[in-house]
Ligand binder design. Structure first.
Ligand SMILES: Nc1ncnc2c1ncn2[C@@H]1O[C@H](COP(=O)(O)OP(=O)(O)OP(=O)(O)O)[C@@H](O)[C@H]1O
Length: 473
């Protein structure tokens, strides 16, 4: 048999390839759910009917010539054109669904990229279903975690949770409402436990930034050496060893929202300088890089110390103080708004009941009078602790004077008027009247009865009762 010549071999090899290509294409055509092609500008140049119906479109003219992302927001075809590299297997989200897709660059005879083609493979490749299902469930978990984080970063309190309507409290609420309407720095001043954190949250929640994060940093709680990284973030590789990854700072986390700087008086001087620059420039520099990032953050600072005194001692920068002090709000101590005490007790007992599942309690008016005698150096936080302790130690539903007396300094209890049962107090009053009348009548019972406008019999009855109840001498 004559052996085929070289051109014959070439011809048959090309024929086989063409045949194989056709077969493969036919096969592939039955495998994919849809196909789309873009030109080198990322504009849609072709789309098949299957893809059209998946997108819910009837007329290809609706999409031809449009940027691919306008039609398929998560498409990476433009990336394929840029890199000239295929993405053979990927999962792409479209609306509520996830598709398995493949993307290939299209090259001309000279190898230049002239466009890209994408295929949706999902339904037909049944063996990829577990992979897609796993992806979908991981995606759901990620979404839930993100939602949780966003929830965590939202303001925890609103103005309604700032309990009280004493004149001083009403004024604070008015000032907070006004502060919320202006996008300037706010400085909250007040003793510890007066509700500065609640008010900062409330201002954020009432402001135009309410939808963005509320991030708090307590200056006193972060070690000085970590404060800068905590604030400004860390560039990747800034540190050798374990912490090679980039870390976002609180300023970046609060971008678009509010950063609450609690105990600002504890901020070290070098960080104060950097904070001032951030407030002036609205940009931050990550630690370990000279990359500058623009941010848009409103700062609410709080302090329980006398900041002007710190300024005078050179421990707080005066320029930063003036920058923060645009809108100062002075929160009164609890002893200056005692009219709020009953409402605060009520709200705090409700909170204790909801949080600890203990019985719902109330405070008697007499106990409230006793509580009002104490100066509350720890303010509402201390009141909350005292109420919680009373709930644990007492079985009463209505917490009374003696449920609190032991928790407060002795002189507070002593200063309180003795509150006794009504009948006992009335009997004492009765005895005092009868004794006074007898004294005025030199012990003559009928004369004393006359002075009091009582009958003799009624007077004798009272004298006899007094003799039975007379306190021991
Ligand atoms: N007006 C208020 N209404 C309801 N609860 C309040 C009020 N003020 C304070 N509290 C409660 O008292 C506690 C302390 O409040 P908060 O942390 O806001 O005070 P603070 O002034 O920021 O204290 P610190 O200066 O110690 O950080 C919290 O449990 C808070 O819920």
């Amino acid at each position: 048999m004559p052996t085929p010549s070289v051109p014959d071999t070439l011809d048959s090899s090309i024929a086989v390839r063409q045949h194989a290509m056709r077969a493969l294409f036919d096969q592939f055509d039955s495998l994919y759910e849809g196909a789309i092609a873009v030109d080198c500008q990322g504009r849609i140049s072709w789309i098949d009917d299957k893809y059209m119906s998946m997108l819910g479109l009837r007329d290809p003219q609706q999409v031809l010539g449009r940027d691919i992302e306008q039609v398929i927001p998560n498409s990476l075809l433009r990336e394929v054109i840029r890199t000239a590299q295929p993405i053979l297997l990927d999962i792409m989200e479209f609306g509520q669904q996830s598709f398995v897709v493949t993307r290939l660059p299209l090259c001309d005879a000279g190898g230049a990229v002239v466009g890209a083609v994408g295929f949706v493979l999902y339904e037909r490749l049944a063996h990829l279903k577990p992979l897609v299902a796993k992806f979908a469930s991981l995606q759901q978990e990620l979404d839930a975690a993100r939602r949780g984080l966003a929830e965590h970063r939202r303001a925890k309190y609103t103005l309604e949770q700032f309990v009280g309507d004493a004149p001083a409290t009403a004024e604070i609420k008015r000032q907070a409402t006004r502060a919320a309407q202006r996008d300037v720095s706010v400085l909250l001043l007040g003793e510890t436990g007066t509700g500065k954190e609640i008010l900062a949250n409330a201002i954020h929640a009432m402001s135009a930034r309410a939808g963005a994060p509320f991030i708090g940093v307590n200056m006193a709680a972060v070690p000085e050496s970590l404060l800068e990284a905590e604030f400004f973030g860390v560039a990747p590789g800034a540190y050798t060893g374990a912490d090679k990854k980039a870390r976002e700072g609180k300023f970046k986390l609060a971008d678009g929202g509010t950063l609450f700087l609690d105990e600002i008086g504890d901020m070290p001087l070098p960080v104060q300088g950097k904070l001032l620059r951030v407030l002036q420039e609205q940009e931050i520099e990550l630690l370990g890089s000279n990359k500058v990032v623009k941010i848009d953050v409103r700062v609410i600072a709080a302090t329980s110390v006398d900041l002007p005194a710190l300024v005078a001692q050179g421990r707080f920068r005066s320029d930063l103080y003036y920058r923060l002090n645009v809108l100062p709000i002075q929160l009164p101590p609890l002893r200056a708004r005692l009219a709020d005490l009953p409402a605060l007790c009520d709200a705090l007992l409700q909170e204790i009941f909801e949080r600890n599942g203990m019985r719902r309690r109330a405070v008697t008016p007499a106990a409230c009078t006793l509580l009002a005698r104490y100066p509350w150096p720890g303010n509402v936080r201390e009141l909350r602790n005292v109420l919680e302790r009373a709930c644990i130690l007492s079985d009463r539903v209505r917490l009374d004077v003696d449920d609190f007396a032991a928790m407060l300094p002795a002189d507070v209890g002593r200063a309180a008027p003795a509150v006794r049962p009504y009948a006992e107090a009335l009997a004492d009053f009765d005895r005092a009247i009868v004794q006074d009348a007898l004294a005025a009548a030199d012990g003559n019972v009928p004369a004393a009865a006359k002075l009091l406008g009582l009958s003799r019999a009624a007077m004798y009855k009272r004298v006899a009762a007094l003799a039975r109840r007379a306190p021991p001498a």
